[in-house]
Ligand binder design. Structure first.
Ligand code: SF4
Length: 595
């Protein structure tokens, strides 16, 4: 390894493997401060791959940047809940204190302050990242302290630890969180009952994937076990980027052994020797502790060769970090990203269970799903199936945030009513709840008897509460902008549709909308729903559709006219030019085409 050449050092650290390109680029940016053209050239040369491949990955992820972001990069989480807690005002306050403009590096090259999508701290907002490390519970006092530390150029390790303290915030535990789990208990059990016995327990338990899609875990694992390939892989999807979700953060922070046990059980069932924990880049702060858990398990014989003395049971896990791309929560996009590429969803079929990571059979499951699998191994399928409802067995972790007294993690058996959750978290004047994040379901106060379950209101975990004082149009507008920002750009209906939809919402917000705009939005939403390549495009219009249906008054009061009203005021834009040239024919451009 060449210590004088940071790029060579980063490439060497990852064994010169082009499949680790994203990890290499993360490291190079950490070493150089940004990924300029020279760095891209050097990485391409060191890996022996075309420059265009390196650039395609480097420009795809929001946390990678071609320009320097200074010594201190502060990114405020731009979730709607952070906004409700004063994010915009706090960001403006810090910029004023530091004498800088938002989204620009200070003139002395010291600091950059900007926004990023939700960072997974909805229960501890407003929050931000400084050089990738979390700053929860921001207020004026904390920002004064931070401004002073930056001005004095204190290195991050010398900042007060309390600034970075993220607590698990578990308010209600049940089958997963209420009782301690002994590391390796699930692995021991799967050795006793064997892979087929574990599949039988899974079939009895009938768990469905906790990431949102709800696919039956037993079917996925059995299919992957049957698939032939040079190697099998287990991938843990810890890229929870859905705004309002933070349950995986808590599972990985406080229950990592449960999750890793579940991955190891999956490895035994499908015959995998390698696993990958794909951790969202915003959870960098969890990586070191997770590495320690993995190392301890190796020392205890729970990872590595001949696990628990079983000949041939070899399995180990490595952590891959994302770099800020919501779409990587989609399993095929996640695999692309884990292979070092831009995280664009693949054409499916084939599905990952037969053609996944590096083209080989792969089980991809959510963090919570692996935790459930470990519990099922220990307590049995019948125990799990007795919890929840017949269609939705087990429990669900809810990430509760927004207008309530006690935000945090709540675990309930499936089938719990929305009203019960609102009562438990102290939401006294709830007007609406967004269940499952922007791509989920918006429930009005009339629907609070509905139940959290696959057969009623399914969710990956977000539970955002909006009180009577909130404007649901602005909530939908925030979500629409989020999808525009996160569209990967691969297919036209989503790339263009999200952008046009955002423009229409902005036009309505500016009081220039008409019934014509609403009709146009309906047409756009239909195209996006039916013609997009992946789930992001299919659901991007959902917040608008649902808020239009459930809160029509928030749209109607913004309509300026029933007829068409252009978003762009051409006459207004030409006025200065008319004055300069002394013309007063305001409508001349409309006659331009006349003979
Ligand atoms: Fe990308 Fe959107 Fe198309 Fe999905 S629907 S592939 S996110 S452009």
């Amino acid at each position: 390894m060449d210590k004088g050449d940071p790029v060579a050092a980063c490439v060497g650290r990852h064994g010169g493997d082009a499949g680790k390109l994203l990890q290499i680029l993360r490291d190079v940016q950490a070493a150089l401060g940004h990924l300029g053209p020279d760095a891209i050239d050097a990485v391409a040369q060191a890996l022996g791959i075309p420059r265009v491949h390196v650039e395609a990955t480097a420009t795809f992820y929001h946390l990678l940047h071609a320009e320097s972001h200074g010594v201190y990069e502060i990114l405020f989480s731009d979730n709607i809940v952070d906004r409700m807690l004063g994010k915009d005002e706090l960001m403006a306050y810090l910029c004023e204190r530091m004498w800088l403009a938002p989204e620009k590096v200070s003139e002395d090259g010291l600091v950059y302050v900007g926004s990023t999508s939700d960072i997974g701290l909805g229960d501890q907002g407003p929050a931000a990242l400084v050089n990738g490390w979390p700053l929860p519970l921001l207020d004026h006092n904390r920002l004064d302290l931070i401004a002073g530390l930056i001005r004095n150029q204190k290195p991050l390790p010398d900042w007060p630890a309390m600034l970075f303290e993220v607590v698990p915030n578990v308010r209600r535990g049940d089958a997963l969180l209420a009782e301690p789990h002994a590391a390796g208990a699930a692995v021991q059990r799967v050795l006793e009952i064997g892979p087929e016995g574990m599949l039988e327990e899974l079939e009895r338990a009938c768990p469905r994937g906790r990431g949102g899609a709800g696919f039956r875990t037993a079917v996925k694992w059995a299919s992957c076990r049957r698939a032939s390939g040079k190697a099998h892989y287990v991938v843990c999807n810890a890229d929870e980027g859905e705004p309002g979700t933070f349950k995986d953060r808590v599972l990985l922070q406080a229950h990592a052994d449960l999750v890793v046990d579940g991955m190891t059980v999956a490895a035994r069932v499908i015959g995998a020797a390698r696993g990958l924990l794909y951790l969202r880049g915003e959870y960098l702060f969890l990586a070191a502790a997770l590495e320690r858990v993995l190392q301890r398990r190796r020392e205890e014989g729970l990872l590595g060769d001949h696990i628990l003395g079983e000949p041939g049971f070899n399995f180990d896990i490595e952590i891959a970090l994302g770099a800020g791309a919501y779409i990587c929560g989609e399993e095929s996009a996640l695999i692309e990203s884990a292979e070092g590429k831009a995280g664009r969803p693949r054409n499916r079929p084939p599905f990952p269970d037969t053609h996944g990571y590096r083209g080989e059979p792969t089980v991809v499951n959510n963090v919570e799903t692996f935790a459930c699998a470990a519990k099922i191994a220990v307590r049995g399928g019948a125990w799990f199936a007795a919890i929840g409802t017949p269609e939705s067995t087990g429990t669900k972790l809810l990430s509760v945030s927004g207008d309530c007294a006690r935000p945090g993690i709540y675990e309930y058996p499936f089938g719990v009513s929305v009203r019960r959750v609102l009562e438990d978290c102290g939401a006294q004047h709830a007007h609406a709840v967004q269940v499952g994040g922007p791509s989920g379901t918006c429930l009005s106060w009339r629907e609070f008897e509905r139940r959290i379950a696959f057969e009623d209101v399914p969710t990956a975990g977000a539970f955002m509460i909006f009180g009577r004082q909130r404007d649901m149009f602005e909530v939908a507008r925030n979500f629409t902008h989020f999808f525009t920002h996160e569209s990967c750009g691969f297919c036209t209906p989503c790339r263009v549709g999200t952008s046009l939809l955002s423009n229409h919402m902005d036009k309505l917000a500016a009081g220039k909308g008409s019934a014509y705009d609403l009709a146009q939005m309906q047409r756009l939403m239909h195209i996006m729903l039916t013609m997009s390549h992946c789930g992001l495009g299919h659901t991007a219009a959902k917040p608008v559709v649902e808020t239009m249906e459930k809160f029509p008054e928030t749209y109607e009061r913004r309509l300026k006219a029933l007829d068409y009203e252009p978003a762009f005021d051409l006459d207004g834009a030409l006025q200065t030019a008319r004055q300069i040239t002394g013309r007063d024919d305001a409508w001349a451009h409309l006659d331009a085409g006349k003979p």
